[in-house]
Design a protein around this ligand. Structure first.
Ligand code: NOJ
Length: 686
């Protein structure tokens, strides 16, 4: 290969223009990102169909000198055509099995369109719900994020890469720590926090065999991640043994100039590749400047060869050299199938979190005069949420459609405007279900907010409803936690649905009418007000501890310290009783067991959580740390024993020297339904 051809393999162009036929013929493009929406209205765009991608492959394979196939990438974030819940919603299911199955559906569907590389999972831990991209991640806990990322990777990559997509762990690293929740902002992270909070999910992804990693936009310690040799080479590749390749985020190489660390694009390319970035997304800086940089001795050929080999290896493993083309008849066979919809429906059902219920739910199917209110009841995009390039509006089961299918049209009044007229109509309802929350354009990339309250108008209408005295059920659709103290104080029931995907309306109706027993739990803490942020549960011990979640002293003179809903919280139509905590020493660690009884008359699924606290350590440790969880089905009036194994290693942490250390001594153990309750025990780690 010539140096120019090698540089071409490290170049990812965008199919909306920069991947010209001349460049493909000249071998200047190694990968293409298809980033435009598949649909204009309901019209499928040709650009992202197998036929169009096959044409691009044909040029690369037949008309370029070396005939190397292209690696076609896309943001397949929470489903392809059959859109599932946003990742934050999926995280609320705590179900690795359902998430894996959902990702298998996405992989199969995207494969049929010629896509062979998905920019998922996003595993940025974030402690700030103002940040719009909390919608795309798995919440605030590194352990949960790591487990769920692994499930996505297994689902996307499958057992046979020739029939699936490569996954991409992103954004490496610390993107979720953006100050003030403002997207792309500076992230101040100490090495202690980086090691123990932000890096662990990525380490888990590497261990799970993720084939690629995406570097993030932000800087860490003054060095943008894209030019950060410590992160990309020393930690990711050398220490963890990551054998795949690193792609930079969109134009992140170019942005090194804006960060003020590179003089020009040539300099930016030099910094990025020498730091350990292998492929350049959409800047074109590597392909434009590598020849000159090598000639000037600023980049050595070995660095380039290593990067190119990794890209070619992935193409080989995907089977692209054997067959770069996609069967154009496949999409119709595998997209939006009954099985795919069922998978995504089950994931949606498990992702719904019941935050309050004074008994009004489930609504009896025999109930008369049910009112379903709000402009979101017929909206489709609000169910699909952010990053939905391939979902079709007409596929979506809206909340209204879900109600109609569940109980028919006759008992339900459907007003889609929250105004005086609909308030008047509500007077005649036995129960009013209001669907409120955020439009998907308020979360996702570049969509941060300064106020995490319900959008204007919704609360006022609900207050009017309260004055009428009708029982109020609120369904909240949102890409982030919202400050819903008023709802907690005044509604009769609250179901938090995130953006639940194409089957969302059915899933919501299933839960409201009791065909499905809600079981989701929050993957992120809900503050009472924006000003309390951050409220993450695994904060460190301090010298003047809060009275955690009690009614006692508060450090704020104007608000409680405690959040509105803690991490791990979620209700059910069942009630569960935890008993019989046992902690037994085993050869390689400890076994923790407890019995969970379903004390109700309905079958349910409970997410049982295991937390620890290191009582005395060389550094201040979290007040609680999640170390295990199990989603268990427990029949009505039945009981299940739940068993966790904690190896000795799992009691450790990264110490002051950034090395893993296991310190002996006393540990608290909790097994319970969320991060503030549970059975308590202790053990002495020896
Ligand atoms: C920017 C986003 O940060 C990243 O998540 C995404 O994969 C790329 N753009 C490609 O669209």
């Amino acid at each position: 290969m010539t140096l120019a051809e090698k540089a071409g393999q490290l170049n990812q162009a965008a199919n909306e223009g920069d991947a010209s036929v001349e460049d493909l013929r000249a071998g200047k493009v190694g990968s293409i990102i298809c980033s435009s929406s598949a649909y204009a209205g309901n019209e499928r765009q040709d650009r992202v169909r197998a036929q169009a991608i096959n044409k691009l492959q044909e040029i690369a394979v037949k008309e370029s000198r070396l005939g190397i196939p292209l690696l076609i990438a896309r943001d397949v974030i929470h489903g392809h055509r059959t859109v599932g819940p946003i990742p934050l919603g999926q995280a609320a299911s705590w179900s690795t099995e359902d998430i894996k199955r959902g990702s298998e559906v996405a992989s199969r569907e995207a494969f049929a369109d010629g896509i062979r590389w998905a920019f998922t999972p996003m595993m940025d831990v974030s402690r700030d719900p103002r940040w719009g991209r909390v919608a795309e991640g798995f919440g605030e806990d590194p352990f949960l994020a790591g487990r769920l990322a692994k499930a996505v990777i297994e689902g996307i990559q499958g057992d046979d890469l020739t029939q699936n997509l490569a996954a991409c762990a992103k954004h490496f690293v610390g993107y979720g720590a953006a100050e003030g929740g403002r997207d792309y902002n500076t992230a101040e992270i100490t090495p202690y926090t980086l090691r123990n909070i932000y890096l662990p999910p990525f380490k888990e992804a590497v261990a799970a065999g993720v084939r690629t990693v995406m570097s993030c936009f932000n800087e860490v310690g003054g060095v943008p991640a894209t030019a950060n040799r410590r992160l990309l080479t020393e930690i990711l590749k050398d220490e963890w043994g990551f054998r795949g390749f690193v792609i930079t985020d969109w134009d992140a190489v170019g942005e090194l100039i804006l960060h003020g660390v590179a003089e020009d694009r040539a300099h930016a390319a030099e910094l990025a590749i020498n730091a350990g970035a292998d492929m350049d997304m959409a800047t074109g800086a590597l392909v434009a400047h590598l020849e000159k940089l090598v000639a000037e001795g600023r980049v050595c050929m070995e660095t380039i060869d290593t990067a190119v080999m990794k890209v070619l290896q992935l193409k080989a493993d995907l089977g692209l050299f054997e067959n770069p083309y996609t069967d154009t008849a496949l999409a119709d066979k595998v997209q939006f199938t009954p099985e795919g919809k069922q998978t995504v429906l089950e994931l949606a059902q498990k992702s719904l979190v019941l935050l309050k219920n004074n008994g009004v739910l489930p609504i009896k199917p025999t109930a008369k005069n049910i009112g379903l209110f709000g402009s979101l009841i017929e909206a489709t995009d609000v169910l699909n949420g952010t990053w939905c390039l391939d979902g079709l509006a007409e596929d979506v089961i809206t909340v209204k459609a879900g109600f109609e299918a569940a109980i028919g049209k006759d008992q339900v009044l459907f007003p889609s405007t929250l105004n005086d007229e609909s308030l008047n109509q509500a007077r005649y309802c036995d129960v009013a279900v209001a669907v409120v929350g955020e439009h998907p354009q308020r979360s996702g990339e570049a969509n941060s907010v300064a106020y995490i309250d319900l959008p204007p108008g919704q609360l006022e209408w609900l207050q009017g409803l309260k004055r009428i005295g009708v029982p109020i059920v609120v369904v909240v659709l949102s890409g982030r936690p919202l400050a819903i103290q008023w709802l907690e104080d005044n509604a009769d029931a609250i179901l938090f649905a995130f953006h639940p995907g194409v089957m969302g309306g059915q899933a919501i109706a299933d839960v409201l009418f009791g065909t499905v027993n809600p079981s989701g739990k929050l993957p992120i803490t809900f503050p009472r007000v924006t000003g309390q942020i951050p409220t993450y549960y695994n904060r460190k011990l301090t010298g003047r501890p809060l009275d955690p979640y009690g009614a006692g002293v508060s450090r704020y003179v104007d608000e409680k310290d405690s959040p509105l809903y803690p991490f791990g919280f979620g209700l059910s139509y069942s009630s569960y009783d935890y008993s019989g905590l046992g902690i037994d020493r085993k050869d390689d660690g400890y076994e923790v067991v407890c019995t969970v009884a379903n004390t109700s008359k309905v079958d349910g699924e409970e997410i049982v959580q295991l937390y620890i606290r290191d009582r005395v350590a060389s550094l201040a440790r979290p007040i609680r740390e999640l170390k295990g969880f199990e989603r268990v089905a427990i029949a009505a009036e039945g009981r299940r024993q739940v068993r966790f194994h904690l190896s000795r290693e799992e009691f450790g942490f990264y110490g002051a020297d950034e090395k893993w250390v296991v310190e002996e001594g006393a540990f608290d153990i909790w097994v319970g339904p969320n991060s503030i309750e549970g059975l308590h025990g202790t053990l002495e780690l020896v």
